[in-house]
Ligand binder design. Sequence first.
Ligand code: TQI
Ligand code: ZN
Ligand code: ZN
Length: 430
Amino acid sequence: MQAFFGLEVTGVLDNETVEVMKAPRCGVSDISRYGHFDGKPRWEKRQLTYRITQYTKDLTQSQVDAVIAEAFQLYSDVIPLDFKQINSGTADIIILFKGGYHGDFYPFDGAGGVLAHANSPGQRQGGDTHFDDDERWTLTQSGVNLLLVAAHEFGHALGLDHSRDRGALMYPTYQYVNTNGYRLPEDDTRGVQALYGSRTTVPTTAPKPKPPPGPDPGPEPEESAEDPNPDPLPNPRNEQCSRGLVFDAATSIRGDLFFFKNGYYWRKSRAAIGIRFTKVKTKWSQINYVDAAFEVPSKDVVYLFEGGQYWGIRAYAKTVIPGFPKSLTNLGLPSSVSKVDAAVYVPTTRKTLIFVNNQYWSYNQGRNQMDIGYPRYITQDFPGIGSKVDAAFENYGYLYFSNGPRQSEYYLPYRRVMRVLLNYGWLNCY
Ligand code: TQI
Ligand code: ZN
Ligand code: ZN
């Protein structure tokens, strides 16, 4: 307990400890809602190492490594600290999973109750974080979600006490929230930035991402003029974890998420934690770049757009359906539209939204025809997402609209943006 509150761990019930025990945990009269520990302990260096000395039985080691890195990254996104995993030697933050007695004064209590604890910043055990391995640790909504609890504990390990803001990660009750593209809530961000300062802000100007559409292959590749598959846009692999990452297109395919850029895509698998990076042409030889993509799960078909054409792909086999490509005019788009920016199928309405510049069309997937009254202005019908959509997809009932490096999580029944994320938040960056 002394360690929790940033006191020297003596095991003795001294006056200071009694004062801390008497102090109300969550009712401190502080203008802000976040809290710091008494004496405001914090780390005095910019790079912290961590080491996981004992893993849980519930997840694979690489799953744990990835989630722990993701939880640290929530903080390194907003404060100028970096976290590095090491596998030997002495780390600043030691992490372990163990049930019951595990070497400190705070044995765990079996399933339920206390889930984990972390020491506040400091020498020796400072920052150390322990997870009760009698809990069922998961990456989902069931059991106890490791990302959310680890992120909460690392808040303590960085010097945050509990917050009175119900939306805060440091609010002292466990509540599941969708962890895809999760970012540190605002209150916690302010709390941790009050200790460490802020990392330079998100770039607001997006790099120029779009390839020239149509048959013109664009500039010659630098490597070889003889290259039969000219590849004029840079390989975006190294941009995967750039805060400024802009997508060309995105779609779900059978629960996995595909993010397209410059003729490549990242595939985020629902089942495994890994991300695969592939050149579009090696998968679909007729397609160079994907401008837009959408999935109609009920038909098990995915549509990929390039310039004035689109292809139907069997989601199961990932093969092109005979009869494609077709022209955009086939969908009922006017011939003045030479390419589309983004497309997304909305299962609840059975409509596909097709975005072009600052407008969108609505295609009735049941009747196979364009709805009348379109195009309409994006800002009119989707307030808050911006006036242009680079990429759009649906995931667990939410629509995600990317505009530059930012992405809006939109909930159609409420017709409002629930959260603003960054594109790269989907790509397991650590
Ligand atoms: N563990 C408590 C916690 O982390 C331990 C604790 C109580 C504590 N007071 C503290 C740790 C002060 C540091 C400083 O809050 S817990 C939650 C939440 C727990 C609780 O197992 O009860 C989470 C672990 F917030 F949901 F209540 C993780 Cl997210
Ligand atoms: Zn412990
Ligand atoms: Zn806590």
